[in-house]
Ligand binder design. Structure first.
Ligand SMILES: Nc1nc2c(ncn2[C@@H]2O[C@H](COP(=O)(O)OP(=O)(O)OP(=O)(O)O)[C@@H](O)[C@H]2O)c(=O)[nH]1
Ligand SMILES: [Mg+2]
Length: 495
C-alpha cells in the first residue's frame, strides 16, 4: 500500500506529486555546544566525553584512521567513554541525505561557526540577514536547520527569512510520517508529531498557514488544531488509545510466537546500513530497501532456517540516527521491543562509510536506552563489496574463525552470509540441537519426512523394515520422535 499517511486527517495542503521543494541547508559549528531537551541524556554525556578526547584529531581524520573499524566506536580500552562525534560538515552531509529522503531538492548550504548558539536566532542576527539573502537568491522554499530549534528561535528566523523553517527533529518526523505503512507505525509517528507540536503552538497562527504545505507540514498540521491546545491533548489521548488497541493485538501475536521454542534475532543499526537488504538476503523476503533514510519503520518478522535446521525468527526494524528525536524514541518504544526481547542482536554497520565508527557509537547509545546493550551480539560489517578488494579479503579472513564476533558481509552480493548463519547458529541457545540415534519403521513416512527436513542426518541404515538414523536434531523435533529413540543412545553433543 502506498497511501501517504494521514494526509486527509491533517487536512494540510501538500506538495503536488513530482514537484520538489527546494531546501537550503543550515549548519552550525559550535565547539562547546550543549545538548537541548530533545536529545537523550546519554547522547549529551557521550558527546561531551567525545569532545574532550584527543583534541588533536579532527573527526574526519579519526574516521579515516578507524575506518573500516572492526572494533567499533565504543572501544573502552582505558575504561573511558570514547565516542567519536560527527563534525559539522559531516553532519551537514547527513542532513542532505535526510532532506533528499524527505523528497526535497537541496538548493544550497551554509555553515556558520560560532562559540555558542545565539539564544534568539541560533545563528546570530548578522548571519540571519545573509541567510535571508541566500534563500532568496537560490529560490529556496524552505530552510532546513541541522539543529533543534526552540519554538521562539523558529519563529524569529521565519520572521526574517519569510520561508518555512524546519529543524532536524521535524525533518526526521516528516520522513517517518512518509514511510510509516502500518497502523501502529502511523499512530506512533502522529503521537510524536503531536508532542513536538504542542510547545510550538503559541504565536503560530495565520502567518504559517499562508506559507503552504510541504515538508514538515505533513501530519497534525497548521489548520484548526493550532488554535486549540485542548484539541491536541484530546487527539493525543485518542491516538494513545488506538495505539493501545493495536498493541494489544500485537502482544497476542507475540505471545503465540513465544510459546514456540524459537529464538528471535533483531537487526539493528544506523539508518541505511543495509538492514533490510540483509533481512531480504537471509529470509528471501521482499522488504523495501532503499537509499532513502528510514525506509523501514514497521517491524517485519520472518523465519530463517539455520544450518542446524533450527528455525529462528529474524526481525527488521527502524534504523537509528544520531540524536534520534526523543519523542520518536519513546513513540517507537513498542516497535523496538523486538530488540529488547531478542535472544541475539545483529548490529549491522556500513563498513564502507567513513563515518561507521561515529554511527556505531550512536547505535550503542540507543541500545543503552533500550537496556539492550548487554545482550548477545554479532557485529555485521556490511557492504564489503564497496571496499578495496584486498582490504575486504583480509578483513574477511581475519574474522573467519569460530569465535568471531564481527563478520564481514555484502548483503547485496551475498558474500559472507553462510558464515553469518553459522555464527548465529552457534550463538543461539533456544531449541538446542543434540546428537540422536533413532530407529524409525519405514512405514512412518511422516516422521521420516520431518527428520529429513528438520534434522541433519549423518547416517542411514536399512534393517528389517526400519531405518536407523544418526542425526543432529533440535529438541522441538525430538519431542515428536521420542518413541523412535534408541534407549541410552542419546549423546549430548552439540554440533
Ligand atoms: N553496495 C552495497 N550496497 C548495499 C548493501 N546492502 C545495502 N546496500 C544499499 O544501501 C542502501 C540502504 O539499504 P537498506 O537495506 O534499505 O538499509 P536499512 O538499514 O534497512 O535502512 P533504513 O530502513 O532506512 O534504516 C540501499 O540503497 C541498498 O541497496 C551492500 O552489501 N552493498
Ligand atoms: Mg530498512
Amino acid at each position: 500500500m502506498t497511501r501517504e499517511p494521514r494526509r486527509e486527517d491533517a487536512r494540510v495542503p501538500i506538495v503536488k506529486e513530482g514537484e520538489q521543494e527546494r531546501a537550503l541547508l543550515v549548519g552550525l559549528d559550535v565547539r562547546t555546544r550543549r545538548a537541548k531537551g530533545t536529545v537523550p541524556a546519554q547522547a549529551a554525556v557521550a558527546r561531551d566525553a567525545a569532545q574532550s578526547t584527543d583534541p588533536s584529531l579532527s573527526s574526519p581524520q579519526r574516521a579515516r584512521k578507524d575506518a573500516p573499524s572492526a572494533s567499533g566506536a565504543s572501544a573502552t580500552s582505558n575504561g573511558k567513554l570514547n565516542i567519536p562525534e560527527f563534525d559539522a560538515e559531516e553532519s551537514l552531509a547527513e542532513l542532505r541525505t535526510l532532506a533528499e529522503s524527505a523528497g526535497a531538492k537541496v538548493a544550497g548550504k551554509i555553515l556558520q561557526h560560532r562559540d555558542r548558539p545565539d539564544p534568539a536566532t541560533l545563528i546570530g542576527a548578522g548571519k540571519l540577514q545573509e541567510l535571508a539573502g541566500l534563500a532568496a537568491s537560490v529560490n529556496a522554499d524552505l530552510l532546513l536547520f541541522d539543529h533543534d530549534l526552540s519554538p521562539s528561535q523558529q519563529r524569529n528566523i521565519e520572521a526574517v527569512v519569510q520561508r518555512r523553517v524546519i529543524d532536524r527533529t521535524q525533518l526526521i518526523l516528516d520522513i517517518f510520517a512518509r514511510h510509516a505503512r502500518t497502523r501502529e507505525g502511523q499512530l506512533q509517528v502522529e503521537l510524536a508529531q503531536l508532542q513536538y507540536l504542542l510547545p510550538r503552538l503559541a504565536g503560530r497562527g495565520g502567518e504559517m498557514s499562508q506559507l503552504g504545505g510541504g515538508i514538515g507540514t505533513r501530519g497534525p498540521g497548521e489548520t484548526q488544531l493550532e488554535t486549540d491546545r485542548r484539541k491536541i491533548y484530546r487527539r493525543i489521548r485518542h491516538v494513545e488509545q488506538q495505539l493501545e488497541n493495536v498493541r494489544r493485538i500485537r502482544a497476542q501475536q507475540r505471545q503465540r510466537r513465544e510459546s514456540a521454542p524459537v529464538a528471535t534475532i533483531a537487526l539493528v543499526g544506523y539508518t541505511n546500513a543495509g538492514k533490510s537488504t540483509l533481512f531480504n538476503a537471509l529470509t528471501r523476503a521482499g522488504v523495501l530497501s532503499s537509499p532513502k533514510m528510514f525506509a523501514t519503520l514497521d517491524p517485519t518478522i520472518r523465519g530463517v532456517d539455520l544450518p542446524s535446521k533450527r528455525k529462528v525468527l529474524l526481525s527488521d526494524t527502524v534504523g537509528f540516527i544520531r540524536n534520534l528525536p526523543h519523542t520518536l524514541v519513546s513513540a517507537f518504544r513498542a516497535t523496538l521491543e523486538e530488540v529488547q526481547r531478542a535472544s541475539l542482536i545483529l548490529h549491522v554497520s556500513d563498513a564502507s562509510s567513513r563515518l561507521s565508527a561515529e554511527q556505531d557509537a550512536q547505535v550503542e547509545i540507543v541500545l543503552k536506552e533500550l537496556e539492550a546493550e548487554n545482550k548477545a551480539r554479532l557485529r555485521v560489517m556490511n557492504k564489503v563489496d564497496l571496499l578495496d578488494e584486498e582490504v575486504a579479503a583480509s578483513l574477511m579472513a581475519a574474522s573467519a574463525h569460530d569465535k568471531a564476533r564481527t563478520l564481514y558481509v555484502s548483503a547485496v552480493e551475498g558474500t559472507g552470509l553462510d558464515r553469518l548463519l553459522e555464527r548465529i547458529d552457534a550463538m543461539i541457545e533456544e531449541d538446542p540441537v543434540n546428537r540422536v540415534h533413532l530407529r524409525v519403521p519405514q512405514d512412518q513416512g511422516k516422521a521420516l519426512a520431518i527428520l529429513e527436513a528438520r534434522a541433519r542426518i549423518y547416517s542411514r541404515k536399512y534393517l528389517d523394515g526400519t531405518v536407523e538414523l544418526e542425526a543432529d536434531a533440535p529438541e522441538s523435533v525430538m519431542r515428536r520422535m521420542h518413541e523412535f529413540v534408541v534407549p541410552d543412545s542419546k549423546v549430548a553433543v552439540k554440533p
